[in-house]
Design a protein around this ligand. Structure first.
Ligand SMILES: N[C@@H](CCC(=O)N[C@@H](CS)C(=O)NCC(=O)O)C(=O)O
Length: 222
């Protein structure tokens, strides 16, 4: 039996969604973020040395890293579903976006989260102008230009085809959903990029997405 170690409001939502798309049986073990730090509870360290989510266990095997989990589940249980045939341009794009999501899209989004917290978090009044100045410089010089370039790029890709790999929905779209939800929550993704907004609308309408949401609990990235 597949067990998903699910942290509330996190990347493990993608794994629940994939399992629902594949209509596989699974169980959920739930963990709650610390409401102040937003970090995972120490119990997750007992499952995997990094103590992050998602992690799955399956037949005595433990696997972390959402991209690796998604690839494993699709290859082991997918029976050819949600992955384009090998040797096709679609398969190459599938691999590309599967890696792009965590390797390229998430780093500037994480930096944005951190530097926004530095600028707006609690601190002695005399430190605030300094913290805001540093955060503003890093955001303006590095983070915002990178986010804009990436969002423009993703927008132009989805203007050419309905899904990230091609005309068919694949697991790469599941993997790409998290950075796009995060971009909408914290990086200004809005109606000025209609293709990306339509992508979010399309995934939200999928019955498997909705079933995963009902099982995983509220999901909103800021
Ligand atoms: N690249 C990893 C990132 C894992 C990760 O950072 N997970 C977050 C949840 S979205 C987490 O566990 N955060 C809590 C913490 O760092 O304590 C993946 O895709 O699985």
């Amino acid at each position: 039996m597949i067990t998903v170690h699910h942290l509330n409001n996190s990347r493990s939502q993608r794994v629940l969604w994939l399992l629902e798309e594949l209509e596989l049986p699974y169980e959920i073990k739930r963990y709650q973020r610390d409401p102040r730090t937003m970090l995972a509870p120490p119990e997750l360290l007992a499952v995997h040395p990094l103590g992050k989510s998602p992690v799955i266990t399956d037949n005595g095997m433990t696997l972390a890293e959402s991209g690796a989990i998604i690839e494993y589940l699709v290859e082991r249980y997918g029976q050819g579903r949600l992955i384009p045939p090998p040797g096709t341009p679609e398969r190459l794009r599938y691999t590309y976006w599967m890696h792009f999501a965590e390797g390229s899209a998430m780093p500037p989004l994480l930096l944005k989260l951190i530097f926004d917290r530095i600028a707006n978090g609690p601190m002695p009044f005399f430190a605030r102008p300094i913290a805001r100045g540093i955060a503003g410089n890093v955001t303006g010089l590095i983070i915002t230009p990178n986010l804009k370039r990436q969002l423009d790029y993703m927008e132009s890709e989805l203007a050419q085809r309905e899904w990230f790999a091609g005309d068919e929905f694949t697991a790469a779209d599941i993997q790409m959903s998290f950075p796009l939800e995060a971009a909408r929550g914290r990086a200004g993704l809005d109606a000025s990029r209609p293709e990306l907004m339509l992508f979010l609308e399309r995934i939200h309408a999928r019955p498997a997405y909705q079933r995963a949401l009902a099982k995983g609990g509220p999901f909103k990235l800021g």
